[in-house]
Design a binder for this molecule. Structure first.
Ligand SMILES: Nc1ncnc2c1ncn2[C@@H]1O[C@H](COP(=O)(O)OP(=O)(O)OP(=O)(O)O)[C@@H](O)[C@H]1O
Ligand SMILES: [Mg+2]
Length: 431
């Protein structure tokens, strides 16, 4: 992944979540990424993955960056930031281009991807990622890497991920108010997947489900490419709310009870176990069976996985997810979650811990750090691609800064045919 030109470069992932901001500092080494520092602080500036209070978010980002900077002993200027929220949409698209010299080059690949993104997007939305699923060279389809192949016509089937421009801009604005430059804005589950998936899983089909505090993000890989992305506006905080209301206890206590004594599967809890529940408004604490707590939690977790299953079914990819589901996000630390997920989804489920990094990994060893670590890995790959591109122009996955995306959307709208099918027709006629 790393090129010699990128070795020693610092990459910082900034995961701005509904419950916490987490900054992860990595250094690109010859044989991978070394984690140098981590700063994780609570954040109350987001609602369901979307920035709702700039000042609070800015304060948390500053604190997280400062902590990560101190630990890593480096100055942080540029970050790769995550974005999520139910404004995220994904849709398929395709593009086609003539192969200029009879053999596919990186420039041809870039051109075909440009064509695939030339679809009408609402004025208040922007394309975040263009994720190739497969390439087609003349009549041969299912190609992962077409560079070097002979042919006259190159096609690409891609997945376009779009986001509300205002939500992306607010993430950038918060980071900029902390004196940071945002190198790129990345779909959070894409980052999480980067941290926890193996190539084999991507190849045989897998879904990453990141259950954070405010959102549940889904990303499905089939045949090595991304086939579906979506965000459900429900997460661990909904479980906490249910506990607070059901047991009449303050939110902070509900969260504590959930982490320490909660269980997503009632039948895993012994009948005779008791817990102490602090009262609200000065009322005395009382003892309650632990089963009561799991009876509150179970229906909510069940509901989350039922919606996940419906999304997977609606995507038409259920049969293609042979490797099952990998869970990330803090909420999946709840006891019994994996077991309940397996029952509802009817496929193998595992918890995803960040892998493929070295250094102080014990500080990021948990599914709640998958996004932060994944942002570092994504950034390192983007830097390596950039260097590769400088040497020989091109790369396989289009990465653009959010600002560049917006600008190029405007520039491109006049230059390219509005639909790729028109382009197909043109090419068919030409050859
Ligand atoms: N040990 C635990 N058991 C149960 N729940 C937990 C545990 N640890 C954390 N959580 C829950 O995980 C959620 C936070 O997860 P995470 O840090 O992944 O969210 P986030 O990234 O801030 O939010 P989002 O990704 O939704 O914007 C909270 O609801 C928290 O209560
Ligand atoms: Mg998160």
């Amino acid at each position: 992944m790393s090129t010699s030109a990128s070795q020693g470069e610092i990459v910082v992932g900034l995961d701005i979540g509904t419950t916490k901001v987490c900054a992860v500092v990595g250094e690109i080494a010859e044989d991978g990424i070394t984690i140098l520092g981590v700063g994780s602080v609570p954040c109350r500036g987001l609602r369901k993955g979307i920035v709702s209070n700039i000042d609070w978010t800015v304060r948390s980002i500053k604190d997280a960056i400062e902590a990560a900077q101190t630990m890593a002993g480096v100055e942080i200027r540029t970050v790769y930031a995550g974005v999520a929220g139910s404004h995220i949409r994904s849709q398929s698209s395709d593009g086609v281009a003539a192969i200029a010299g009879g053999e596919v080059t990186r420039a041809d690949v870039e051109r075909v991807l440009e064509g695939a993104r030339a679809i009408p997007v609402d004025a208040d939305r922007q394309i975040l990622h263009v994720l190739p699923r497969e390439y087609v060279v003349d009549i041969q389809d299912g190609i992962r890497d077409p560079i070097g192949m002979s042919g006259v016509r190159l096609g690409a089937k891609v997945n376009l991920v779009t986001a509300a421009t205002s939500c992306v801009q607010n993430v950038i604005r918060c980071a900029e108010r902390c004196g940071l430059v945002v190198a790129d804005v990345v779909l959070e589950p894409l980052a999480s997947a980067e941290a926890v998936l193996s190539d084999d899983e991507r190849e045989i089909g897998v879904a990453v489900v990141d259950i954070g505090g405010g959102t549940t993000d889904i990303l499905i890989y089939v045949d090595g490419g991304i086939a579906h992305a979506s965000v459900i506006p429900v997460g661990g905080n909904n479980i906490t709310n249910d506990i607070a209301a059901g047991l009449r206890t303050p939110m902070a206590e509900a969260d504590r009870l959930k982490r320490l004594c909660g269980c997503a599967l009632g039948r895993m809890v012994a009948e005779d176990e008791d817990i102490e529940v602090p009262g609200v408004g000065g009322q005395k604490p009382r003892r309650t069976p632990r089963r009561v707590l799991s009876d509150i939690i179970e229906p909510r977790v069940e509901e989350i996985f039922a919606v996940v299953r419906k999304r997977i079914e609606d995507s038409g990819l259920l049969e293609q997810i042979s490797a099952g589901v990998v869970l990330t996000g803090g909420a999946v630390l709840l006891e019994g979650t994996t077991e309940l997920a397996e029952e509802i989804l009817g496929m193998p489920v595992r918890i995803g811990f960040p892998t493929g990094v070295r250094g102080i990994t014990q500080l990021v060893h948990g599914p709640q750090y998958a996004t932060g670590v994944g942002l570092v890995k994504y950034g390192a790959q983007a830097i390596a691609d950039g260097h590769a591109r400088a040497a020989a122009p091109a790369h396989s996955m289009m990465r653009m800064t959010a600002a560049a995306v917006k600008k190029s959307d405007e520039e491109r709208s006049d230059e390219l045919p509005k639909s790729s099918s028109k382009l197909w027709e043109w090419l068919k006629a030409a050859f």
